[in-house]
Write a protein that binds this ligand. Structure first.
Ligand SMILES: *Cc1c(COP(=O)(O)O)cnc(C)c1O
Length: 415
């Protein structure tokens, strides 16, 4: 949720608790959650994630330029990779995005509750009861089993609507989708349900982030077979898509052409290349900066230790700053004694264990560091920068997880 007051002269679009469009239906905000949300948005603690919506829009335009023949389905699942789904969705909607993608029915409902009107594709399949909610909120279902198709058709009939759906085929990801063997039966079932209009055909690549991957080649061959079977069964899905950010940036055919006409980038929209070999292909800049401030400073003598377990000992008289961010915010304990932060444009190392709500940094070499100074955890300050990828390496994970991990306790602020 982004604070209204930070939107610099633009009207608040779907800010917390203030939907642009009031949706009818059963959803009533949980009062406890709403109260907590409002309290967290008070910004008493200096820790915040700044979301550069201008950079987001520029990344979207850069990807359109990179692949002029493709439309874009913007993946905004997982709270838009930690960036705040409603504000991100509103901005991309204004920029003309063709579709938005979420993993959960609930995520789609959140977008509708916030007044997002763009088509939303629920990619994660569904569970019992999800079809009613999808039909009611005009969320597009991904189907790949006969029981999905029956349940979606029944929900559509009850609502007196015709609904769009995308069919997913498993070409080798091994997660969701009809197998090549199941495909004829699934298509047969679709033909029997005129309430469902097959708008899209989808698959997902397992190794698109690997250069010249034989697995990707095999998946693309299977995709061609699936596409022909779907056409032979009499369907002409208007949208055909299997590219994530890696395939969009890395595959020769990822930029457009016959096989697909829609790409589903997530990470690239947020300004990061999925893998080093894909850097610099389209002009992208990171959307999220994670900042906090110094809330306490102290001088310690050589030999003093810092934080739980005394894992760091001062080798010289040192100045230690305390920051109000910890692993409960997604600043992982794995960063203990490894990560750096930026203070006054200089790197300062994290010393001792990262705690649940706080961590300490050594600012002995940062002249004039003071209580109240802004501290950058991810982002730029002066000539220095720290990327989500840098932190990911320290924690033995990927940048995706670092971004998604920025906790619900951290307010998102549009800049
Ligand atoms: C998350 C996801 C994407 C986007 O992946 P990126 O690597 O972030 O571009 C695309 N398609 C599906 C099915 C996904 O789950």
């Amino acid at each position: 949720m982004l604070r209204n007051s930070t939107r610099r002269g633009r009207p608040a679009a779907g800010a917390a608790g203030r939907p642009r469009v009031t949706m009818s239906g059963h959803h009533t905000p949980d009062p406890v959650w709403t109260a907590r949300r409002r309290a967290l948005d008070q910004h008493i603690r200096p820790t915040r994630a700044e979301i550069d919506l201008g950079a987001l829009e520029q990344n979207y335009l850069s990807l359109r330029q990179w692949a002029p023949g493709l439309e874009v389905l913007a993946m905004v699942k997982a709270n838009a990779y930690g960036h705040g789904a409603t504000a991100v969705a509103h901005r991309l909607e204004e920029a003309g995005v063709r579709l938005l993608g979420v993993a959960l029915v609930e995520e789609g409902m959140e977008l509708r509750n916030a007044g997002v009107r763009a088509p939303v594709l629920v990619m994660g399949g569904s569970y019992q009861g999800g079809y009613e909610a999808m039909v009611e909120r005009d969320l597009t279902a991904t189907v790949f089993r006969e029981d999905h198709i029956d349940a979606l058709a029944a929900a559509a009939r009850r609502a007196g609507k015709t609904v769009a759906a995308h069919l997913k085929v498993d070409t080798g990801m091994g997660r969701l989708g009809a197998s090549m063997e199941e495909l004829p039966r699934v298509l047969d079932r679709l033909r029997r349900h005129p309430e469902i209009r097959l708008e899209g055909l989808a698959s997902h690549l397992a190794s698109a982030d690997v250069e010249d991957s034989p697995q990707t080649r095999a998946q693309l061959e299977r995709w061609e077979v699936a596409r022909k079977r779907v056409e032979e069964a009499g369907f002409r899905p208007a949208l055909r898509h299997l590219s994530n950010s890696s395939a969009l940036l890395g595959l020769p055919e990822g930029r457009g052409g016959g096989a697909f006409n829609l790409a589903r980038p997530g990470l690239a929209l947020y300004g990061l290349a999925p893998a080093p070999w894909l850097e610099g292909r389209a002009r992208l800049s990171p959307v999220l900066s994670w900042k906090t401030g110094i809330i306490h400073l102290k001088e310690v003598p050589a030999g003093a230790t810092v934080s739980y377990g005394a894992t760091w000992t001062a080798e010289r008289p040192s100045r230690i700053a305390t920051l109000p961010v910890g692993y409960a915010d997604g600043y992982w304990r794995a960063y203990s004694n490894r990560a750096s932060v930026l203070v006054r444009g200089l790197r300062a190392p994290v010393v001792g264990r990262v705690c649940m709500d706080m961590c300490m940094v050594d600012v002995t070499d940062v002249r004039d560091a003071a209580v109240g100074d802004e501290v950058v955890l991810i982002g730029r300050q002066g000539g220095e920068s720290i990327s989500a990828s840098e932190l990911a390496k320290l924690a033995g994970t990927i940048h995706y997880e670092v971004l998604c991990g920025v906790g619900a306790r951290v307010p998102r602020v549009a800049v």
